[in-house]
Design a protein around this ligand. Structure first.
Ligand SMILES: Cc1cc2nc3c(=O)[nH]c(=O)nc-3n(C[C@H](O)[C@H](O)[C@H](O)COP(=O)(O)O)c2cc1C
Length: 202
């Protein structure tokens, strides 16, 4: 549940999806914020998120995903933060934690390439984000970071594993804490293509 201060944060209402249909509140309330409070997360909160992720479906139940996390204030947080692209630098460091999302690219049982590792890992991250929303937490995925630096930093074996993205995570902060152009983005309602543009009967 949201804390009292978070439930009073006007960004939550502004960012809630205005849907054509009766979509579940958790899905409507998830969004990718840029303003985070500097409140820490507990390991228990993070482990709850990872367990939620682990219950995602995956091809042949291979569960190829892997999550490595760092709390703000740690040396590994600062090292990961240094890999962020210029556009992500000004806002993302306020998050409570950074999660590196990766996946095994080959099947455990026979070493053959796994064609669905990205699909599987994406499903797991979807679970994680909705679980976070249910706990009053928000995550923002970053594709904008230096992959080679992150691979070196995390000691990833490129032959077997690939980093998909970084996820910055925490409790919502005040939009006013952001510099432009991020402040305007934080105050802009979210939008989506209409359902009839993405789905059709055949
Ligand atoms: C694979 C991926 C990479 C992304 N990379 C970035 C990024 O580098 N910087 C950023 O600000 N947002 C990034 N995003 C967040 C998207 O911009 C955001 O999800 C999208 O605009 C929809 O907004 P919403 O999540 O609030 O609904 C990324 C999202 C995904 C799924």
């Amino acid at each position: 549940m949201n804390t009292i201060s978070q439930s009073m944060n006007p960004t939550l209402d502004l960012k809630e999806a205005r849907t054509e249909h009766d979509v579940h509140p958790l899905i409507k309330q998830r969004f990718s914020p840029r303003a985070f409070s500097r409140e820490a997360l507990t390991d228990k909160e993070l482990h709850t998120l990872f367990e939620a992720a682990s219950w995602a479906p995956s091809s042949m139940n291979e569960q190829p995903w892997r999550f490595r996390f760092a709390h703000r204030g740690s040396a590994s947080f600062e090292s990961l933060r240094a890999t962020f692209s210029a556009g992500n630098q000004p806002w993302a460091p306020n998050a409570a934690a950074i999660i590196a999302i990766s996946a095994r690219t080959h099947h455990e049982r026979n070493g053959a390439p796994n064609a669905t590792w990205q699909f599987d890992a994406g499903l797991a991250v979807g679970n994680l984000l909705l679980q976070a929303t249910s706990m009053g937490l928000h995550g923002h995925i970053l594709g904008g970071f230096d992959h080679d630096s992150a691979i070196d930093l995390l000691g990833v074996d490129k032959e077997k594993e690939a980093i998909i993205g970084l996820l910055v995570l925490g409790r919502l902060g005040a939009a006013e804490s952001l510099p432009e152009p991020y402040l305007t983005r934080e105050r802009t309602p979210r939008s989506r293509k209409p359902v009839n543009e993405i789905a059709s009967g055949i």
